[in-house]
Design a protein around this ligand. Sequence first.
Ligand SMILES: [Zn+2]
Length: 586
Amino acid sequence: MPSPVEQIKARLSVADVVGSYLKLVRAGANFKAVCPFHNEKTPSFYVSPARDVWHCFGCGKGGDQFRFVMDIEGVDFKEALDILAKRASVELVYEDPRERDERLRLFAILEETAKFYELNLSRSATVRDYLVKRGVSEESVKSFRLGFSLPEATGWRTLLEHLQKKGFIPPEIEKVGLLIKNPKAQSAAHLYYDRFRNRIIFPIADFNGRIIGFGGRIFGNATDTVAKYINSPQTVLYDKSRVLYAFDKAKLEVRKSNTAILVEGYMDALMVHQAGTTNAVAVSGTALTPYQLQGLKRLCDKLLMSFDMDEAGESATRRSIDMALEAGFDVKVIAVKEKDPADVIKENPAVWLEAVEQSKDVISFFLERSLEKFDARTIEGKRSIARSVLPLVAKIPQEIDKAHWVAKIAQALGIKDEAVWQDLKKIKSPHVFAAARQDLGVNAPPQKSRLQVLEERLLGLLFARPLEVAEKLNADMFSLPAHKKLYTYLAASERSEEGYRTSFANMPPEYQTLANRFIFEAEVTGFAGIDEEVGACVQEIEREQLKGRLEGLSDRIRKAELSGNTAELGTLVAEFSDASRRLASS
Ligand SMILES: [Zn+2]
């Protein structure tokens, strides 16, 4: 029986999957689109229906259906498998069926709970009035599935009893964080009670919109013993360090606008969406984590952070900013005065939209604030300003961006760039994000050498038409290790269509991606006159290799002359003239 991955690939082509996210336009045998992973105006993103792969020439990303869903949804392989399995109606058998059934039951409990809380809210006029007063629209209540958990006066176990009637048992309800166990209970009936009581409920969903936990805001006033907000605890389904509130609703707009707005709570996220900025997410119950940033980085490069200006210098906010800069985000600040976004929007959504429009680069923001606070004409003032801004600059991974800010700061302080650079170099800060950063973002492709271009072309022809090309090549023609390896993979296979297909399928995925890129490039120019083309490439490669050899030889000749090693000099000169003769006649 084919694996789930094979079944899914058989039912959903890359063009199907990509086409459900992007507008594909036919381009010869392939399709093209504007790449969703980097900024571009003319399409350099290609899909090959024949080979069932995609590749972007602009940013170098490429792969199969799964890679695409992982990148565009910001999920890992297992999650991508889940998404595509559902779309292709393929049952995933890789899971232990008992485990799978249990997960499904746990999701069912959470869904039933959300419905129960929604029903409570629809029946509770006072809570609905309160929400109206806070400016929450009816539509937002519906789309965010707000709910209400009944107060203790109604009973401590209204949810538990409801779920039991639906056939669920307390231990599994406890497993998703909805119950609290009281080990000192007098009777079995009192062993558990509802975690959420007298709270406005904000269901927390995974990237697919499946409910995995809840946040609850007290209805009425918080006291010393009753917290304003409580959340579901960490469970098998709810991993606080990875989930962002409203991510499921924001993801498409985040990708489209290449920007995410990051706010601090449920109410803020909801109101920010209501105001029309639907690319907003919120951290819930934790400080911002590298995992959350990593998820966002797969979808966008820009991060707008909204916080109270007075809190800007506080350590939690500062840590979030540091991490986001380190993650390579272009970080901007939405400055709202002394109020939460929710309050601003309640009063006048236009003020919020204006603040978003006016968002300011985070380093400018801190520079301006410290210029107001300290006197840039005095030495102490200059030092204080540098101390508050340079640690942020130090977090930026791109040297060009760093240089930009160094120049700005130097100008503001009336000193030379060099002095700022020196202070910047002294800053040693722990890189909280460094580990996670490695697989983030896309590095600019380095300048290619002539030899590299030729080898890539040759490999493209080889992989596109192995039957015609393989015989004409050998491993010595490839100088780059990755190219040599690619050639060897193909050369080792049996010389038939089937043999080549098998060895391609057995290559490590990173080599498949590389080969696919070369094939796409070969396809762009076509295969007319492929024999001459291969011949010309081989000849050019030999010439380039000879040139390289001549350069090496002339270096060694110079050294031999300097050291007076006449014996070696003789051999080298002979080799040199031999190589240059061959170059001249090639
Ligand atoms: Zn791209």
